[in-house]
Ligand binder design. Structure first.
Ligand SMILES: O=c1ccn([C@@H]2O[C@H](COP(=O)(O)O)[C@@H](O)[C@H]2O)c(=O)[nH]1
Length: 312
């Protein structure tokens, strides 16, 4: 893989986001999460050949999207969907090889479109350093998702290994039902002198802004579209700080892209820094039913709808 390009090294990750949104004309992020059991019948030539089946499937989709000039402003593979197809103790790396080949295709067909590796890492500093190398150097990703649960020293290695041209999206207020269990807890930040309590996701948001001051143009936040009140509050808070938002939850999880864009605009948030993600809603809109013969058009319709609904 050829990341990073020479020009990109001179840019901050925030510059890369601004530039890719300007070129694409939208703030859409297409998720790349394969589910081998739900692939169209005609694609599956041998049920055990995950590498062949996935490369065939994504090659058809990516080439057709490029032919129709359907350029999103980011791609987001979730590493778990790919690496669960490896069987390393048997010398089998089909999932990882398929992801590598698909990322090569993305780079060739959609040059300049950032890839966000959704791996949700975060560990003691020395281990985080290795995870940062995994994302930025092994996979050549432009950005990675990171959990803040272990604190500053677990997040900072991603920013220092990545440098200014790589992004670090911190899990802030996630899109799942259980997000409220901890992220919504009222807490008092010991670093603040006040006695006032606030939801944990707001305390994390303040830290993201603090980290951003040290690692300018690189820190972002993952905030789900499924909780509009929280997304609105965080988007307003981040607006002046220009913190990039990665927003999953659109499509299969029920949130609408149009509503999400309106909410961001109403919050005064610079929409070109957001990446609104839909994964299975685009690559598997038939959900758990068998893929229809018109599967390719179905995917392209969903893909182009996301781009239209997130137009800048
Ligand atoms: O809060 C979060 C953080 C990450 N995700 C990831 O995004 C995609 C969503 O997939 P859909 O098929 O569009 O529902 C998936 O990789 C999640 O792990 C999230 O959904 N919410």
């Amino acid at each position: 893989m050829g990341f990073p390009k020479k020009d990109e090294v001179r840019m901050t990750y925030r510059d890369i986001l601004n530039e890719s949104a300007r070129r694409a004309g939208n703030c859409a992020c297409v998720g790349l999460d394969p589910r081998p059991g739900n692939l169209p019948r005609k694609i599956v030539m041998d049920a055990g050949d995950h590498h062949g089946n996935l490369v065939r499937f994504f090659s058809i989709l990516l080439k057709e999207a490029a032919r129709r000039n359907l350029k999103p402003a980011a791609f987001k593979p979730n590493i778990g969907y790919w690496q669960c197809l490896d069987a390393p103790r048997k010398g089998d790396y089909q999932g990882s090889r398929a992801l590598a080949d698909v990322l090569d295709m993305v780079e060739e067909l959609f040059p300049g479109v950032p890839v966000i590796l959704d791996s949700k890492r975060g560990d003691i500093a020395s281990s985080s350093t290795n995870y940062a190398h995994e994302a930025f150097n092994s996979w050549g990703a432009h950005a990675v998702t990171v959990s803040p649960y272990m604190g500053s020293d677990s997040v900072e290695p991603f920013a220092s290994v990545g440098g200014r041209h790589r992004g670090v999206y911190v899990l802030n207020r996630t899109s799942n039902r259980g997000a409220q269990d901890f992220q919504g807890m009222d807490v008092r930040d010991r670093n603040d002198s006040g006695e006032k309590k606030e939801p944990l996701y707001m305390a994390v948001a303040r830290r993201i802004v603090t980290w951003e001051k040290t690692y300018g143009g690189t820190l972002g936040a993952v905030v789900g579209a499924t909780s509009p009140a929280e997304l609105g509050a965080l988007a307003s808070f981040y607006a002046d700080h220009e913190i990039p938002l990665l927003i999953p939850g659109v499509g299969s999880q029920g949130a609408g892209a149009t509503d999400t864009v309106s909410l961001l605009r109403d919050s005064g948030y610079p929409v070109e820094l957001a990446r609104i993600n839909s994964s299975s809603g685009i690559t598997m809109p038939w959900k758990d039913t068998p893929a229809p013969d018109s599967w390719e058009d179905m995917c392209m319709d969903a893909w182009s709808r996301l781009l239209e609904e997130t137009v800048l």
